[in-house]
Design a protein around this ligand. Sequence first.
Ligand code: PSU
Ligand code: MN
Length: 320
Amino acid sequence: MNYNQFGKVSLVFSEEVSDALGVGKPVVALESNVITHGLDYPDNVVTAKKVEEAVRIGGSVPATIGVENGRILVGMNDACIKRFASTPDIPKVNSRDLPIILAKGGMGATTVASSLVAAELANIPFFASAGIGGVHRGAEKSMDISSDLIQFTRSKVAVVCAGAKNILDLGLTMEFLETHCVPLISYKSDDFPAFYCRSSGIRSPHRLDEERQIARAIKFHWSLGNNSSVLITSPTKEEDAIDRLEIDAVIEKAVINAEKDDVRGNVLTKYLMRAVDEATKGRSSKANMAVLINTAKVAGRLAAAYALLRKENSTCNHRT
Ligand code: PSU
Ligand code: MN
């Protein structure tokens, strides 16, 4: 072991991401847990590439995050995405697990939480994930609150998502965000979305319809001295959405079954998502893909708007 490197985190940038960061082009970080645990092979490869393409269409460069050989990858090429998508048993790595995986020198699929840690280290202020983790139903007893939420209170990264799946307690999830002063902005919608449902039925605290205004709000949050995230939600398109009542009934059954089967801890999220996929006979996986792609496109646009604002501001400051 090279002790000169003791405890030093290695970030391995893809060429595309490194070039983009070098010239100040907007970059959007993406998680890899959705590739390894959210979808099956080979759908996961196809989807991961479509998500990356959607970020590019939005005007930014995608940087899929993962851990390989104890190093943090910032940006994956096609071969790398395929490796993550097809290697069995890559562990799900949240912020708690990250230092241990780095010490072991292994592979790891990063959740929203650990991807934010990596994005911040890599100086990438934008991240996209269709569905964030949140407060689980029954959390008053289980205390199962996703570390994604805790990480939002610690990482200066703007997070674009389609809300969270209704497998969670979305009301409590929003309460948590408010308590911890994490701004929540809903883009072009009044309500907090619930992944493939355009509305969770819960009103969002803020709606903004202009990308530039969202970019300004993000900048203000950090100018005010906050070292935390800003959450931006964007609902899936009307034609791709699933009716909330239909999904709610399925989820309620899945939650009861999870309790019966004694499923808890970090495997619960996957268990519930799979149960919904099965009950809707693949309809939800199709809707799933649409949400992932739409969120990535919106994130690409918002990151571009933010980068433009930052550039204008720095040229303006030079002149004065
Ligand atoms: N929600 C989804 N799809 C996902 C996840 C959440 O709709 O794939 C994944 C993400 O990687 C998220 C993680 O960061 O689950 C949260 O897991 P937990 O609830 O164990 O913190
Ligand atoms: Mn959990």
